[in-house]
Write a protein that binds this ligand. Sequence first.
Ligand code: FE2
Length: 491
Amino acid sequence: MSIAIGDGDGGDDGNNDLYFREAGELITGNPSQKWPQNIEYLSGFGNHFSSEAIPGALPEGQNSPLACPFGLYAEQLSGTAFTTPRNLNKRSWLYRIRPSVTHEPFQPRKPRHENILSEFNPDNCSSTPNQLRWKPADFPESPTDFIDGLYTMCGAGSSFLRHGFAIHMYASNKSMENCAFCNADGDFLIVPQSGRLFITTECGRLQVSPGEIIVVPQGFRFSVGLPEGPSRGYVAEVFGSHFELPNLGLIGSNGLASPRDFCAPTAWYENDDHLGYTIVQKFGGDLFTAKQNFSPFNVVAWHGNYVPYKYDLSKFCPFNTVLFDHGDPSINTVLTAPTDKPGVALLDFVIFPPRWVAAEHTFCPPYYHRNCMSEFMGLIHGVYEAKAEGFFPGGATIHACMTPHGPDSKTYEATLEVQEEIKSSLLSGNLVAVWFEACAITGLAQESSESNFVDLRSKHCHIYLESTFCSSSYLSAHSWITTSMRAYPYK
Ligand SMILES: [Fe+2]
C-alpha cells in the first residue's frame, strides 16, 4: 500500500489533499525481474508522502519508537538544517532492515576519479567569454558505469561552502553492479538524452526515459541500471539549495509544470546478502568507498517530504506570447534552485518544448542578447529553433555571462524569408532542448575545455550576419522582409 498526503506545495499550511495511486505506470523495456515493466509511483511535488512495502511497517503516532514494527531500524535523512523554517524544511524517516551506519570506514576510491569537480577556482578550471559548443560525446568502448562515465563540464562556487553548482555530462554502457552512489555535495538533476535509466533509490525504484528527468536529492543512495544498453545525458548539481517549482506570478495558479505530474517512488526493498557491496560517496568532489555486506536498498517503509522524484517533460504546459514580441526564456522554467536573493536563481532548469508560435510581425527565434546570467544548453532531440546547424542531440553550448549570442546566420536569414508562413505554426513537434541558467560566472573544467568534442565551427555561426541598415528609407531596406510588417505600420 502506498499513500501520499499533502498539498503539493511543500508547506504545512493545513491544506492537505489526499493523493492515492495504486495503479502502476506501464513501463516498457527489459521485462526481467531486475528491471520490471510496472512500477508504482506517488503523485505530487513536495508532498509529505508515506509508503510501505509491507502493510504495518510504518510506526504509528511517532517516528522513533522503542521498537519499530518488524524489527526495523528508524533512520532520519535530513535535507535541510533541523531549524529551517517549516515551509522549507525537508526530511524523511526511513525504516530499514539494517541501518546505513553498518559499513566499514570510507577510503579514498582508487583509482581516483579525475573528471569530477565540486570546487571551481583558477587552479582547476579555466574561463573564457567565448561562445562554446560541443559535439555529442561518443559512448565509451570499455565497460563504464554511471559513476565512471560522469564528467564535469563547468560550474561555479563550492560544495564545501554550500553555494554553487556544477554541470556534468555522462556517457555509460554498463549498469552499476553491487554498488550504490551517494552524493554528499548536492542534488543531482539527471536528464538522460539517450538510453533509458532504471534508478534504484532508498525510497524505491524509478524508470527514467529520454524526455524525462529525475532529481536525486543530496545524500540519497542510488544505483543506475541501463535496461536498453548505453545511455548518455546531462546532470545538473546544486550545492546548498534544492530544486523547487517556480512561482507563477501573474500566470495564476496553473501552468508550466504541474505538481501532480511529479512522480515519487514507492517503498521497495531487497533483503539478500550482498557480500562486498560498495557505497561510493562523492564528498567534496572526491570519491570515497565503503564496504558493507548488504544492499542499501533495504528500506521497507518510509515517510517524509525529502524524496527522489521524476518528471515527464512532455507534461509541461508552456505559456507564450499570443500577439507580438518574444517572451523571456524564464517562462519555460520547470524547476528552480533559489538563492537568498528574490528572483535570482542559483540554477534554473528550463526547457524549450514543442509549442505553437502565434506572434505576428515578430522575429520568433530567441532574440539576440547579452545576459548577466550564464547559460548552458543541451538538446534531447529535434532541432533547436535558434541553431539551424551544428547543435546536435547530446551536444552542448555555453554562453557565458554578458557574452553576445543569438540565432546563427542561417536561422536569421531563414526566419526572415519565411516570415509570412510562421504566423501560427507548431514549432518543431519533436523538439526538446534543455537549458540551465546560473547566476554565477562559470568556470570550465579541464575535461570540457580540452575535449575532442569542442566544436570549433561554432565561433563562425554568427559571423555572416551582415548589416542591412539603410538610413535613407526604413521600408526600402526592409521591404523584402515581411508583409506583416507593412500590415502593422505602427511597428
Ligand atoms: Fe541566452
